[in-house]
Design a protein around this ligand. Sequence first.
Ligand code: FAD
Ligand code: SF4
Length: 505
Amino acid sequence: MRLRLVLGDQLSRTIPALEDMDRAQDVVLMAEVAEECAYVPHHPQKIALVLSAMRHFARALEARHVRVRYIRLDDPSNSGSLAGEVARAVAELRPAAVIATEPGEWRLLQAMKGWEKALGLPVEIRADTRFLCPRPWFRHWAEGRRQLRMEFFYREMRRRSGYLMEGEEPAGGRWNFDAENRKPLAADLKPPAAPRFAPDAITREVMALVAERYGGNFGSLEGFNWPVTARDAQKALDHFITDRLPHFGDAQDAMAEGEPTLFHALLSTSLNLGLLLPGPVCEAAEAAWKRGRAPLNAVEGFIRQILGWREYVRGLYWLKMPEYRELNALQAERPLPWFYWGGETSMNCIRQVVGQTRDLAYAHHIQRLMVTGNFALLAGIAPAAINEWYMAVYADAFEWVELPNTHGMAIWADGGLMASKPYAASGAYINRMSDYCAGCEHDVKAQTGQGACPFNYLYWDFVARHAAAFEGNPRMAMPLATMRRMAPEKLAAMRREATRFLAGL
Ligand code: FAD
Ligand code: SF4
């Protein structure tokens, strides 16, 4: 008999730990453990999502006559840790071996590597095959490259997968249609309502447990609307392909008050838990293009997120950990302001993004990158503090994807390994891509003085503060030149304003 371990984000039928199973003998272990629920103060919807999806997955296994040892969070004998639950199962069931799939977190993989010695039996850790780019392949691609640019990785992945390829050439003659995907929301474009996934009895039971134990964490549980089974995840994908994908490209970078999801897919939770696999998702999008149901700029933009960004950040994470999370290229040390946790702020863009994060455990990419991420970058928030926030507040947060996005893309803590220049922007960018500024008490056009938009003076203070670090970076040449052309008294006034603002955080 062998013990098969399935973690909360490994809920795929094809997960390697379940391969070659002897159903008459083997036992699958799934455990809800307090340690994983509490290492950051997760949004209650995130905890409910993972626990409910785990319970549904265990039920589906049992329906296929698989023997499951399922340990609930409130089981009085639950040791509270994964290692503790594996040890308890080994002591009680006496398996010949433990079989697991590599986890999505470096810390947990290190712990697992010590289990064989601690438990005194073979522990096989199988590679996770649910990604389009195996880890060794990414390592090979990265070897000898000074810069690891996503765009080049993505082209390799297009060739390798054959998605949107016409022979050796990219469909439509271009690899990237990003230039067409940078529009604000058109006035006549009304985003469709998100599909509803009303909580069933299992989810409601989990929600009650989460409310009791983690109800004090930032985030409301009431709006819970996540797929918790493969079947619901497929429904979410179908909805996206028919109702949202056709406009995904046009509205990809837009932000709008009262429209928290726009034309985004809402698929990251299902992909990250394993309820959907990336290959079939890309194929569904490609098929829509081939049938003339969605334009190429939308389909290419979407496939790039999954085949490109998602695979790239995973490759980078495993390549660079554990040193990666310690990097702090801009020596950012400021604590996280209280308004990230819902405290009062006069900045409408932050209020909107944090508000929907609290209600939905969701914000789309540009909100994460150019509002909360941009503010953290400009204000010099300590990487550990802002990473913890992103890990805590989003339902799709898992370290392998959260860390490179935050550390590398949003706050440039890796000094440019991932992004050729920091994603720093003044209020003008937020004003161009959203309607947030119209409802704000700050003046987005003003750079100094009473009521000026904080993003404006923080931006120029940021450029001035790090001018030496950006010297020689061709993509920072323009902001540096603009700053040097500025009247010295104007720059000094903005920097004074920034110092005053930051001191008041
Ligand atoms: P869509 O915009 O519709 O995109 C489609 C899919 O592409 C997503 O479901 C996702 O699987 C994938 N994708 C898109 N962008 C990225 C990206 N940059 N990296 C990896 N996959 C991507 N994504 C997470 O899944 N978990 C996180 O913890 C996470 N943290 C982030 C933190 C910051 C600071 C930033 C800037 C981005 C983060 N992202 C994270 C990436 C991205 O914001 C989310 O994947 C996306 O918003 C999820 O919503 P959606 O499914 O509607 O995505
Ligand atoms: Fe945000 Fe500035 Fe616009 Fe206000 S004016 S919403 S602070 S960018």
